[in-house]
Design a protein around this ligand. Sequence first.
Ligand SMILES: Cc1cc2nc3c(=O)[nH]c(=O)nc-3n(C[C@H](O)[C@H](O)[C@H](O)COP(=O)(O)OP(=O)(O)OC[C@H]3O[C@@H](n4cnc5c(N)ncnc54)[C@H](O)[C@@H]3O)c2cc1C
Length: 423
Amino acid sequence: MRQETTATPVEEQSADIIVAGAGSTGLAAALAFAKAGVRVKLIGRIPPPLPGRTVALFEASLRFLDQLGALDRVRALGCRIEAIRMIDDTDQLLPVPELALRASEVGLPALGVNISNDELVGVLLDLARSCSLIDFIDAEIVDYDFSDRAVAFLRDGQRIVARLIVAADGRTSRARSVAGIDVKEWTYPQVALTMMLRHEFPHNFQSTEYHTRSGPFTLVPLPATDAAPHRSSLVWLMNVDDARRRLAKPREELEFEIEDYAKSEFGLMKIDSDIGQFRMGGMQVSQHARGRLALAGETCHVFPPIGAQGLNLSLRDVADLEDCLASVDLANDRELSRALARYDRHRRADIGFRTHGVDILNRSLIIPYLPVDLFRGASFIAVAALGPLRRAIIREGILPHLALPRLMRQPTAASEMALRRTA
Ligand SMILES: Cc1cc2nc3c(=O)[nH]c(=O)nc-3n(C[C@H](O)[C@H](O)[C@H](O)COP(=O)(O)OP(=O)(O)OC[C@H]3O[C@@H](n4cnc5c(N)ncnc54)[C@H](O)[C@@H]3O)c2cc1C
């Protein structure tokens, strides 16, 4: 471990910024600040493996990962997503057409990349470990003090002092509660089952969402392996009793039910991983920063995995915070508080929009109410029929237009070539 100072007692160390939590958000934050030349203490336990969990990362996130030096490995380990198909499977009154959102419509080679959560964390962790400005401390933070300086107290007795703490310690964030930031939480009567699948027919680099009465059933493409040329990950939202029933079933029966849900479009299905189960809930915070604390990732937003927005939003938190703090003297209270107020304003708009959008779509599926069904159906019909509307929705999903942070503005080499060809 790098010693920051020699004059202070062994148990007290200092840094410009402490990043609390070493999940995807915390790792990305440490790398982004280090890229800006800031000394970072990244403190957190390495996340345990998440069974069957993958994450679809879209254009803005890929640009950001490119800036962090992670994109080549993410692309090599993941699978590109060229289109998202949405199929209404609610048996509602209005005949709703299938909706396809294609990267080619907005001049891009792909909408994004789907990669296993564990592999993404592995890529970011390797980069963080090899970065001289990041001191990674694999430890738990048990308490904080924000009264004067920002101080993190570790379980082993160490005390780390910094100008700013970036909390990326997840939905039950200790940093957020010590700082006294209020949260609003709610639950949905749903569980997400996650798993990797092998199937008979190709996915054609398309993600397929079947919108059912219990929530979306979403297949997202995975790369081929020697043993399995056609693979996808599944995120399947359902009510709690159905989840219990399905988990107790013999594997073959569950595989048959999955094939049935996918209308046999992918042929025979084989489960190729452990099955993860995640209770669905939502959370919003009253403030995204207070004093010398800034929140990022699931410390400040939680919603169901619909439209693959969660980590994409978290990476925008990080890129936005880095942007707001650019050229700010962290030792200057006024400058820092002005920068964090700006961060709070930006995040309130972006996070509020995504949280409410996902909430409305989810409730419109699980609450069978004719006017809502008709509205959802009519929206599908309009988006399927109107090219400009469809292209605006695709762009908003993968590259939101509102104040895109600097680290997300530079197209990747592949996108730039494709955009030039279509210009
Ligand atoms: C089923 C499912 C599918 C999803 N699919 C997608 C998708 O396709 N695309 C997408 O963008 N998003 C997706 N998401 C959302 C995404 O996975 C999450 O937003 C993301 O993993 C959150 O990362 P995080 O780093 O913010 O939080 P976490 O992964 O929870 O990391 C928090 C870290 O902080 C550490 N920590 C906690 N307390 C302390 C402490 N006191 N001291 C030190 N460390 C601490 C923890 O150990 C942990 O490592 C999905 C979510 C679910 C549930």
